[in-house]
Design a binder for this molecule. Structure first.
Ligand code: PMP
Length: 384
């Protein structure tokens, strides 16, 4: 019998060997100076805006570097309250509740709403945090084919009428960039008396008439009772929120363990998010510039015959299939000072490894052309 610590050594070595032999070893990345970032989620170029940093510093001086406690103890500050009000307004809901990350918002919400008697219906391509939240709640997730209402309808039709049912979908799918048909999901959910939860992490700030996302004012709280948004992507800061009815928010304050048992977000981060919302409202041209960049990139990529997915959002997947090929392309792009995401299983399905190219309002035409030229060269080499 190996001793306890030998068991652990063996376990870690076996897991590492498995990952390496599959060619799926993960590396962390730092954005080095000189690299053009086509990997991050800072779609509006707000992350480096000096107005956000100034608001952050001013709030840190006024309220402290940290919140000092959880929201229910003494960490719920004026700036958190103000941010929650502004976020609720942004998406046209009565209330919003701040979480420290989007991962925690999804975990906390599903855990607080569901139990082993709840039936959860998830799009097959939903974010990992939604699957993990269902697991934490002890609820089983039935997964419907990606954006397929017939399949969802079939699964809902089999469920007992009296069961509590929750349909869950990403708004913008994080690895594909396509958008859920929220109106369709809401109609199917209503027919089966199910609640609908949309995680619009990548839609907030980008989609909608005012950057209110793919749900926002277009689909009210009665159609989408549970709406999640994140602040670490288009808004350039960090953290997340859940928006909905007063009853939903009060329930989460009582029962969401990822809300209750953690330190509130540092006040400077909340203040920076408020500044980001000001810029979002004052400078709609950022969203227009982003749309122009997406349009230009897709038009040029089509002329080059690049295998892009069907996405009109800033997330543009280039599906290559094999993990090794993705790593090779990403390394070559890096040599040309271009950073793109190399996405492999288990994040996506086997055979669907891809470059995840993300576009930003602040990308220059010249940077886009450099990326397109480099991709065209790699595409030609692969075909040769
Ligand atoms: N939901 C989706 C769809 C996401 O893509 C992400 C981030 N990868 C999250 C939730 C988690 O958000 P956060 O990074 O704030 O934890």
């Amino acid at each position: 019998m190996p001793s306890g610590s030998a068991v652990w050594t063996e376990r870690l070595e076996a897991a590492a060997a498995w990952r390496r032999t599959q060619g799926l070893w993960r590396e962390r990345n730092t954005l080095q100076p000189g690299l053009v970032d086509f990997a991050g989620n800072d779609y509006l170029g707000l992350k480096d805006d000096p107005r956000l940093a100034e608001a952050q510093a001013a709030a840190a001086k006024r309220f402290g570097a940290g919140a000092g406690a959880s929201h229910l103890v003494s960490g719920h500050l004026e700036v958190h309250e103000a941010l929650e009000r502004r976020l609720a307004e942004l998406v046209g809901r009565p209330r919003a509740l701040l979480f420290s990350t989007g991962y925690m918002a999804n975990l906390g919400t599903l855990q607080a709403l569901c139990d082993s008697n709840t039936l959860i219906f998830q799009d097959r391509l939903n974010h990992a945090s939604l699957l993990d939240g269902a697991a934490l709640a002890g609820a089983r997730s039935r997964r419907f084919h990606h954006r397929d209402f017939n399949d969802l309808e079939r699964l809902l039709g089999r469920a007992p009428a009296e069961a509590a049912k929750l349909v869950v979908s990403d708004g913008v799918f994080s690895m594909d960039g396509d958008v859920a048909d929220v109106g369709g999901l809401a109609a199917v959910s209503a027919r089966h008396d199910a609640w609908l939860m949309i995680d619009d992490a990548h839609g907030i700030g980008v989609l909608g008439a005012h950057g209110d996302g793919c749900v926002g004012h277009a689909h009210g709280v009665e159609r989408v009772p549970v709406l999640v948004g994140t602040l670490g992507k288009a808004l350039g800061t960090g953290g997340a929120f859940v928006a909905g009815s007063d009853a939903l928010i009060e329930h989460l304050i009582q029962f969401a363990r990822a809300y209750v048992y953690t330190t509130a977000q540092p006040p400077g981060v909340a203040a920076a998010s408020l500044a980001a919302l000001d810029v979002l409202a004052a400078e709609p041209e950022r969203r227009q510039q982003l749309r122009d960049n997406i349009h230009y990139f897709r038009r040029e990529a089509a002329l080059l015959d690049l295998p892009l997915g069907d996405s009109f959002t800033p997330i543009q997947p280039l599906i290559l299939g094999e993990g090794r090929q993705v790593m090779h392309w990403a390394a070559r792009l890096r040599e040309a000072d271009l950073l793109v995401g190399a996405i492999r299983p288990p994040t996506v399905a086997n055979g669907e490894a891809r470059l995840r190219i993300t576009l930003r309002a602040s990308h220059s035409r010249e940077s886009l052309d450099r990326l397109l030229e480099a991709l065209a060269r790699l595409h030609e080499e692969a075909a040769a």
